[in-house]
Design a protein around this ligand. Structure first.
Ligand SMILES: [Zn+2]
Ligand SMILES: [Zn+2]
Length: 241
């Protein structure tokens, strides 16, 4: 009885998410991101001038970064909330490789804010799929978890198991820019084209590296008749020129 009352009191006083995901400090007024004020001031948010296409930070006032300047992307734009660095890089690694699924809540709320900040207007959400064997080994697809909650927050439908990865590819980490493109070419396809036909599609991924994953997903969606492709990613691995 006492135990029951005690946990009831605790749950009333401190509902879920009352500590900061990043430092463990108490939060009194959580906006869903589970980030305390101190961490909000120190996390590596993308800010300043950014590439109109991929959303990477650029030091000068140019419209596009050195990479997007020379190459047209199939997706209309990507925006990332953070740079892939420090506490964010750690959080994403734990999210993906250490079964810390709870990160999807915080990240979905950040993408929700970004969606409005950048005036996105999409009809349907999908996520970068994983090969079945890899997802089975991990137990979940981290981008799918984010997309599911984001769909609820935005009141938008989420497409499941329609955009699929059919080709087993090498781990992108070990490859250079050209190899990455080749590695993923034709790796994704859409089963039921009618779901995307004529729609503005939002693709969710955790990290934007060279953009080749999203480019190849966008290519498959375009083939399925999608109108415009927008991307939101939690973090951007800054490309040094
Ligand atoms: Zn904190
Ligand atoms: Zn760019």
């Amino acid at each position: 009885m006492f135990k029951k009352l005690y946990s009831l009191a605790i749950n009333t006083l401190y509902p879920d998410n009352f500590t900061c995901n990043f430092c463990g400090d108490e939060i009194f007024d959580d906006d869903g991101t589970a980030t305390c004020d101190n961490c909000k001031n120190t996390l590596p948010f993308v800010s300043g001038n950014i590439c109109n296409r991929c959303g990477d930070v650029i030091e000068n006032q140019a419209k596009y970064c050195e990479f997007c300047k020379h190459e047209d992307k199939i997706f209309k734009m990507n925006r990332s909330v953070f740079l892939y660095d420090g506490a964010i890089a750690n959080a994403i690694r734990n999210f993906k490789f250490d079964n810390q699924k709870f990160w999807h809540v915080c990240f979905a709320y950040y993408l929700f804010k970004a969606y409005h900040q950048y005036n996105y207007d999409c009809d349907i959400i999908c996520y970068v799929p994983m090969r079945k064997n890899r997802q089975k080994a991990r137990g979940y697809n981290q981008s799918e978890l984010i997309a599911t909650l984001l769909g609820k927050l935005l009141n938008l439908p989420v497409s499941y198991e329609n955009l699929v990865k059919k080709k087993d590819t090498k781990n992108q980490v070990d490859l250079n820019f050209a190899q990455r493109k080749q590695n993923l070419s034709g790796a994704f396809s859409v089963n039921d084209k009618s779901e995307f036909k004529g729609k503005n599609v939002l693709i969710i991924d955790d990290v934007y590296t060279t953009g080749s994953t999203l480019t190849n997903c966008a290519e498959a969606l375009k083939k399925a008749g999608a109108k415009n492709i927008y991307c939101l990613t939690v973090a951007h691995a800054h490309q040094k020129n």
